[in-house]
Write a protein that binds this ligand. Structure first.
Ligand code: BDR
Ligand code: CA
Length: 322
């Protein structure tokens, strides 16, 4: 089994990601760390513990991390994820408490303590990961790869060009990109395409099994973006996007994601491009490089295409069928 750690801001689709990671037989979920993003960090911890309990995750350790980005103030996404950050589904409070160590300490412990190199899956602003890399750089020796949900090659969501997780803490994302370990960017371009049809969502909601039912409720809350005509893809109002869970699918089944190794840089400038992931898809260097010399840029495996049916099927098979 692949040892994985999810760093999240649960979050409707982070919850979908957790459910999948707990249930997939090829993944060993070693820990879950929480960061401010979709909602405040205490809300994220609570939501994460509740979801893991519903999923039957046992005693997977959960730790509280950064309560705000490195430089800016926290800005929640409650308009997308509900007042509780997780769709206001009225879920019970968790009966378990988080670990008494902070997220960075838990990440270090679980990464260095793993007999096999760990795959890190951040599905949230990258504050915890940046702090980890700065405080304990030795962890990179036991990281197999970082597969993060964030960034966009084309259009953003938080701004016209910036995706929420990177926009929320651009400096942290910049630290991640230069970590010196293999990185896969599961950006908005692929993230928005993996949508579960309404018929399957209804089937999950009717399930007697609590984990599958929760996945159905979460998917029903999840907008099936993009939706230019305003009535869901092909007029199907109950379809729901897998969102962050797609990044975990990409770890369990990398063959479903087409990537290309490309230079990526985060715009840290104030103004309209802040938080943009600038992905260089040009076939050859241009005038800027000829006149100004080459820039040092991180090379990242950027997700450019996704086999939607394959990931939807994988998700339903893993979470939906007892
Ligand atoms: C990302 O931001 C959050 O709202 C989602 O959970 C996802 O991680 C999308 O931009
Ligand atoms: Ca998220």
């Amino acid at each position: 089994r692949i040892p994985v750690i999810i760093d999240c801001d649960t979050g409707v689709d982070d919850a979908l990601a957790l459910l999948f990671a707990v249930r997939h037989p090829g993944l060993e979920l070693r820990a879950v760390t929480c960061v401010a993003g979709n909602t405040d960090v205490d809300g994220v911890v609570r939501n994460t513990l509740t979801v893991l309990e519903q999923a039957g995750a046992g005693d997977v350790p959960v730790a509280r991390g950064a309560e705000r980005p490195l430089i800016e103030a926290a800005r929640s996404a409650r308009h997308v994820h509900g007042a509780d950050g997780m769709g206001d589904l009225g879920l019970p409070a968790p009966s378990r408490r988080p670990a008494d160590v902070d997220a960075v300490t838990l990440l270090r412990r679980e990464i260095l303590g793993s007999p096999r190199p760990v795959t890190l899956i951040p599905t949230a602003p990258l504050t915890n990961i940046a702090l980890l890399l700065r405080i304990h750089p030795e962890v990179t020796r036991n990281i197999e790869r970082i597969v993060f949900m964030g960034g966009a090659v084309a259009t953003g969501n938080a701004t016209p060009v910036a995706e929420f997780n990177v926009w929320h803490d651009p400096e942290a994302a910049a630290v991640l990109l230069t970590a010196g370990v293999p990185i896969t960017m599961y950006g908005l371009d692929v993230f928005q395409r993996v949508v579960v049809p309404g018929e399957e969502v209804r089937r999950l909601r009717a399930s007697a099994e609590p984990g599958a039912r929760l996945a159905g409720e979460l998917l029903a809350h999840r907008p099936a973006a993009p939706d230019p005509d305003g009535d869901g893809p092909d007029g199907d109002d109950s379809a729901g996007g897998l969102g962050d869970a797609g990044a975990v699918c990409a770890v369990a089944d990398p063959g479903g994601l087409t990537t290309r190794l490309l230079p990526v840089e985060v715009s840290l400038a104030p103004g309209p491009t802040r938080g943009q992931t600038v992905v260089d898809r040009r076939p050859r260097p241009g005038e800027a490089e000829i006149h100004g010399g080459a820039r040092e840029q991180a090379l990242v495996d950027v997700g450019l295409d996704v086999d939607v049916e394959r990931y939807v099927e994988l998700y339903l098979e893993t979470v939906g069928r007892p």
